[in-house]
Design a protein around this ligand. Structure first.
Ligand code: KG4
Ligand code: ZN
Length: 334
């Protein structure tokens, strides 16, 4: 059986309007991302109303471009996939309605995909998929999530732990603002940290002893307090490097512990923060199992990962009703 499955996936959960066509769950035929970063930079964070309005403006051209770059028409598709949640309700609705419209108009099946599961499947687009062997430990580190999942098969996840307060990316963004760096803080801190001393400040590492949960709000407050001690110019690079070192240390320590406890074949990093250069390097150096992460364009939000996740559901025969709704607070998908 050599059947080709092509899925058009749409992702609008936050501030990227994205559409992609994925073949057989692993090949990217097109991957279009219209970022709204410039629009939100003036507010220092994502402004939900502004985000949904921009999604409405660009969703049609983004989907058209994805289809054109894949050299396909809607009738060539096997399935539509769309991010169902978690995310901003107004933003999710734009993608959901677009996907429903195409599915209904062209009589195609529709699958609602969890955004976090999408991040997990970005690895199936990033390493030779026939080499992937379960069990795998995945650390999803993004603006909204810091979660450790043990994955024992397609669609089978055990949630080992997650953040009790701020997500790692949220901490990067908040500290970036305190340091006067441009939004989003993550890439700006990554860049500034390369010029700073990671040992200049000893920031707390909340390595909670019980299990695999994380906490970053104490670290964020410690950086804020340190900045208040300075009257003149802040040593931005040293503060950025020392803050980043603390985040990385905590993430690597917990991941290392979980990888050893569950005897995984590999560690997968996913989500916006997995683009962080210090995190990637420390994971590679400190872990005894292979560490894989996506190219930067597949770390931050994109629709290709939604199509990759949808493929396995499609193969398992799942088909969602056309009246599915968005699920803005969807934290579980198993
Ligand atoms: O996965 P993503 O695009 O959106 C969510 O699902 O949340 O992640 C966005 C987050 C932001 O907090 C951003 O600051 C962070 O990823 N980020 C980074 C880097 N690039 C993006 N954080 C640290 N270092 C980076 N290089
Ligand atoms: Zn995301």
């Amino acid at each position: 059986m050599n059947q080709t499955t092509r899925i058009l996936a749409i992702e609008t959960s936050c501030d990227e309007t994205a559409a992609a066509v994925i073949e057989n769950g692993t090949t990217i035929l097109s991957n279009v991302i219209a970022s709204q970063v410039d629009l939100h930079a003036q507010y220092g964070g994502v402004f939900p109303e502004v985000a949904s309005r921009r999604h409405i403006e660009v969703i049609h051209p983004v989907v058209t471009q994805a289809m054109n770059e894949a050299h396909l028409g809607f009738d060539d598709l096997d399935c539509l996939a769309v991010t169902q949640g978690p995310g901003l309700v107004g933003s999710l609705l734009v993608g959901m309605n677009m996907a429903k419209g195409i599915a209904l108009g062209r009589n195609k099946p529709l699958l609602g995909i969890n955004h976090i599961e999408g991040h997990i499947y970005s690895l199936w687009l990033s390493r030779p998929s026939d080499e992937i062997e379960f069990p795998i430990l995945t650390l999803v580190v993004s603006g909204g999530h810091t979660e450790l999942y043990l994955m024992t098969d397609h669609g089978r996840y055990q949630h080992l732990g997650g953040t009790l307060d701020d997500a790692a990316g949220e901490a990067f963004d908040k500290v970036g603002r305190v340091l006067g760096l441009p939004f989003p803080g993550g890439p700006a801190i990554d860049k500034a940290a390369k010029l700073g001393n990671p040992e200049a400040f000893q920031f707390p590492r909340a390595v909670l002893e019980d299990g695999f949960n994380f906490s970053f709000s104490g670290l964020k407050t410690a950086v804020l307090r340190e900045t208040q001690k300075f009257k003149g110019q802040l040593p931005v690079n040293d503060l950025a490097a020392s803050f980043q070192a603390a985040v990385v240390d905590v993430l690597v320590t917990k991941t290392e512990r979980a990888a050893a406890e569950y005897g995984v074949t590999a560690v997968h990093l996913a989500g916006g923060v997995s683009a962080n250069s210090a995190l990637r390097q420390a994971m590679r150096e400190r872990l005894s199992v292979p560490v894989w992460y996506p190219p930067p364009i597949l770390c931050t939000d994109n629709a290709a990962m939604i199509g990759a996740a949808a493929y396995w559901h499609y193969q398992n025969g799942r088909r969602d009703p056309l009246d599915i709704d968005v699920n803005p607070s969807a934290d579980n998908f198993w």
